[in-house]
Design a protein around this ligand. Structure first.
Ligand code: HEC
Length: 150
């Protein structure tokens, strides 16, 4: 059963990742929203384990962190000139005013997720630290570079 559930979780996350990579060139706004959604899904998949509400599953934990690492690494490429407005974007104009600062946050996010991938095999205690570091990035970047629509 556990293996089946893990396989289902992997398939769900993989299909999210596939959906965004397909349209990155034609529609970067939809692509980056898809990336962020898959990152949100990866956090939701691992948070219950960190909180002790679900049994720790190292494969699921590692996969979730890989989804985040891939999405974070892709993020700098999904805000090209010309995609500042439209498509219900919540991206702040500050991204284009300070692209270097935005990319630096995305690369730190990717590095923290890579580090968390490595902690997943070390059991829940090791993973907790990696997960917390990864999720600190969300608020930090959203406050600086995302406009929350009312
Ligand atoms: C490097 C900056 C950065 C980091 C780090 C980051 N985000 Fe985002 N996020 C954004 C930006 C910019 C948007 C708005 C994108 C748009 O609407 O075009 C966004 C939007 C979102 C959305 C809304 C997607 C939608 O459907 O419109 C979710 C959900 C989200 N982020 C989750 C997360 C979570 C969870 C984390 C941490 C694990 C995270 N983000 C980390 C920059 C970041």
């Amino acid at each position: 059963m556990k293996t089946i559930r893990t396989a289902a979780a992997i398939l769900a996350l993989a299909s999210l990742a596939g959906a965004w990579s397909a349209n990155a060139a034609e529609d970067p706004i939809a692509a980056r929203k898809g990336v962020m959604k898959s990152i949100g899904a990866a956090v939701k998949a691992s948070a219950p384990m960190v909180k002790g509400e679900a049994e720790y599953d190292a494969v699921k934990a590692e996969l979730a962190m890989r989804v985040i690492a891939n999405g974070a690494a892709a993020a700098p490429h999904l805000f090209p000139a010309g995609s500042e407005t439209g498509g219900d974007t919540e991206a702040s104009p500050k991204i284009w005013e300070d692209m270097a600062g935005f990319k630096a946050k995305a690369m730190k996010f990717a590095a923290d997720a890579d580090a968390a991938v490595a902690t997943a095999g070390g059991g829940l205690d090791g993973f907790k630290g990696g997960f917390m570091k990864v999720t600190e990035n969300c608020k930090d970047c959203h406050e600086a570079f995302r406009i929350k629509k009312q």
